[in-house]
Ligand binder design. Sequence first.
Ligand SMILES: Cc1cc2nc3c(=O)[nH]c(=O)nc-3n(C[C@H](O)[C@H](O)[C@H](O)COP(=O)(O)OP(=O)(O)OC[C@H]3O[C@@H](n4cnc5c(N)ncnc54)[C@H](O)[C@@H]3O)c2cc1C
Length: 402
Amino acid sequence: MIDDDLDDFRQRCRAFLAEHATGVNVAEGDDPRAEQALAAAKEFQHALVEAGLAGLTYPKEYGGQGLTAGHEQIWREEAGTFPVMTRQLSISHGMALPMLNEYGSDEQRSTYQAKVIAAEEVWCQMFSEPGAGSDVASLQSRAVRDGDEWILNGQKVWTTLAHVCERGLIIARTDLDQPKHRGISMFILDMNAPGVEIRPIHQIDGGMRFNEVFFTDVRIPADHLIGPINEGWRLATAMLMYERVAIGGGQALGITHPRADLLIKEAKQRSKLEDPLLRQRIMELYSAEVCQSLISMQTRAALQAGKTPGPGGSLGKLAGANIAAMYRGLSLDVVGVEGVAWESNGRWANEALGTFASGIAGGTDQIQRNIIGERVLGLPREPSVDKDLPFRDLKVGTQAAG
Ligand SMILES: Cc1cc2nc3c(=O)[nH]c(=O)nc-3n(C[C@H](O)[C@H](O)[C@H](O)COP(=O)(O)OP(=O)(O)OC[C@H]3O[C@@H](n4cnc5c(N)ncnc54)[C@H](O)[C@@H]3O)c2cc1C
């Protein structure tokens, strides 16, 4: 435990960031598999460990600093004024780590938690399958118990950074006779285990940051089950809520409007800010960013009060996707012909193409609207005809109804 008071702590954070948060100096186009960006993130994280600033609110015995939510908030406020260094760790730290902390056994936590905090290990999330994305409970990857191990067969898709991860959290079907949400379990999977094959997916922006992952008779030690057997859906839902907060929760730095600020600057430089229609659209973007900031502040306040993320995280996630879509059209209109440049100055085109992911990753906009409607506003649920039937009797993915 560091004994300094909050003001001293703020000074320590600021000094550390001034020295180490100098930006990831590699363009996305020059780093299609995100390897250089990940190396920079790891270096930054190692320095954080040295400085006693890594894993602020996690317990000391598991590699954290045992500090308070107030310390975490100060760190976020300070870090928000410097370039982001750890974007490539957002799944490992924003989703896998809180899951390990909340649901891991003592043994799992003492084996892995400090390594994940220090980014000695990076973890990925293996939920989506070719026939199970929005409806991920239709997944068909199967784990069958064999003595002290489970044997895993199947396929995942869209697994971000699988190619550079040491381990991942995977959900697989462990009981075909239970209804689809009940026969699922979550495991810690070694990405280098025999039988794991990782193939890159080529993206529209030239990147290859996510993958298809195939499993052929992969052996998982029985003690790598995380949480109770057949309760993986409950854990998966918790992880998705952490994901929505990680994507849409922002840094909760108060009211910010970085995209509008950037476009105002660009429009000024191009003498376009007097155009009333453009001004109106920039103002709409500005308002949307202000609303998202308020949502983020509310979400972070709830987390700091010790609440686990609830369905309200979908509000921030959806707001972020809407802003990304507004920014796409508007930024291209502001920069004009520069927006089609690719080879020499592809920043705008690359960013515009990247914004499409916001409405899909972590659950599509339509799914966020369903969650908000059903679980925040209390509207009637979507009809579900297969909820109580044994999974083996369903017609999903490549499985024909029994
Ligand atoms: C950049 C990026 C990174 C990703 N990283 C990961 C990762 O690391 N790990 C991982 O497991 N997955 C990852 N994903 C996958 C992501 O979670 C899925 O793409 C997403 O959940 C949608 O699933 P799908 O692609 O199968 O689309 P589908 O579920 O097939 O949806 C197709 C369309 O139908 C609509 N739709 C489906 N069901 C409904 C419904 N009930 N009501 C209304 N509309 C509906 C959807 O909104 C969508 O428009 C990533 C995706 C992206 C884009």
